[in-house]
Unconditional design. Structure first.
Length: 149
């Protein structure tokens, strides 16, 4: 009778753990789930960067409009650049800071493209981001439409 009791204890101790196959299966499922989550996060991160860049462009356009009001309707020239919105320019008579903090780069670290006068005859300036691919003139450029007169 004593021998039977020992065999039962051994079997119970042996059957409590997980097999190697069960552990590998659980690890594979976790790896698949984590890759799905990471793919979704990557897409969300890109959308967030695009939204942030659009907001920065809106802020810069508003600052350019305030600059135009203070300077006889003229936006900063290409030579003055966007820095004219933040730093005093010696060649501007009634200069006033029109933006609290100058944002020179988009969410991908590329400088915003600013041209004044615009290449488009219907606009006073061009202001846009070259987008995630960091190449000018491609479909992912953000805010490629031109500024108002």
């Amino acid at each position: 009778m004593k021998k039977m009791k020992i065999d039962t204890k051994k079997r119970m101790a042996f059957s409590r753990g997980f097999s190697l196959i069960e552990l590998l299966l659980v690890m594979a499922i976790l790896a698949i789930l984590s890759s799905i989550v990471m793919m979704n996060m990557g897409s969300t991160t890109e959308k967030t960067k695009i939204s942030a860049t659009k907001a920065q462009l809106t802020e810069l356009r508003n600052a350019i409009s305030r600059f135009q009001i203070n300077n006889d309707g003229n936006p900063p020239t290409s030579e003055q650049g966007l820095a004219a919105l933040y730093n005093r320019q010696s060649d501007i008579k009634d200069w006033e800071r029109t933006i609290g903090k100058l944002v020179e780069n988009d969410s991908w670290g590329s400088p915003f493209v600013y041209n004044s006068p615009s290449e488009d005859e219907d606009s006073a300036y061009d202001l846009y981001s070259i987008g995630p691919d960091k190449q000018d003139g491609t479909a992912d450029d953000i805010g490629r439409d031109t500024g108002a007169e």
